[in-house]
Design a protein. Structure first.
Length: 193
């Protein structure tokens, strides 16, 4: 009799616990590998993104991090001017815009950045914003493991990206911590909420 009651209780609780566990596991998988919501902190991407803005980031095709492990199923395609979430300074995530792609030649000149010797059509920047060269920056260069330090000109190696904040005068970006490898990209902004 006790065994029958115990089996019935196990069946009853498993009908409740199993769906809850599977739901939580599914949500966790979605958050790790597919999508995540972020609140913007800081003004390095102003005026495009401001403090307190909410964004939905797609992680599909980008390395997922679980503790110290990184898992990557597909290699995502990164296009010029896309806004990415990436590893920044001291384990912080950063939001930056891709300006230079692998193989591009970049040069900082006359308060702007040139890619392949041509000016970029950066319609997202406020008029009058200046893109200060790394050598003239007030923010010191910071060595980050895996990043490639840059000067005022150079070619971007395979697998690396030149990223800049839209608020060029108040952004810590590739000018300060170098070219960012694909492995440090966490996802791209999909929807501005």
């Amino acid at each position: 009799m006790k065994n029958l009651v115990m089996k019935e209780n196990i069946r009853k609780y498993s009908r409740i616990i199993l769906p809850v566990f599977l739901s939580l596991f599914t949500i966790l998988l979605i958050r790790i590998f597919l999508f995540q919501i972020y609140f913007i902190s800081g003004y390095s991407m102003a005026p495009s993104y401001k403090e307190g803005d909410l964004i939905l980031v797609t992680k599909l095709g980008f390395p997922a991090r679980i503790g110290k492990w990184e898992i990557s199923f597909l290699e995502g395609r990164v296009n010029r001017f896309e806004v990415l979430v990436l590893d920044g300074l001291e384990e912080e995530l950063s939001l930056k815009r891709v300006v230079g792609l692998p193989g591009d030649y970049f040069r900082f000149e006359n308060d702007r950045v040139l890619i392949n010797d041509g000016p970029l059509q950066e319609t997202f920047l406020k008029p009058g914003f200046k893109t200060i060269a790394p050598s003239l920056s007030m923010i010191p260069m910071t060595a980050i493991k895996g990043n490639v330090p840059i000067g005022d000109a150079g070619r971007i190696p395979p697998g690396y990206f030149l990223v800049l904040g839209d608020n060029r005068e108040n952004s810590t970006d590739s000018r300060n911590y170098g070219l960012v490898p694909f492995q440090k990209l966490r996802g791209k902004v999909w929807i501005f909420l």
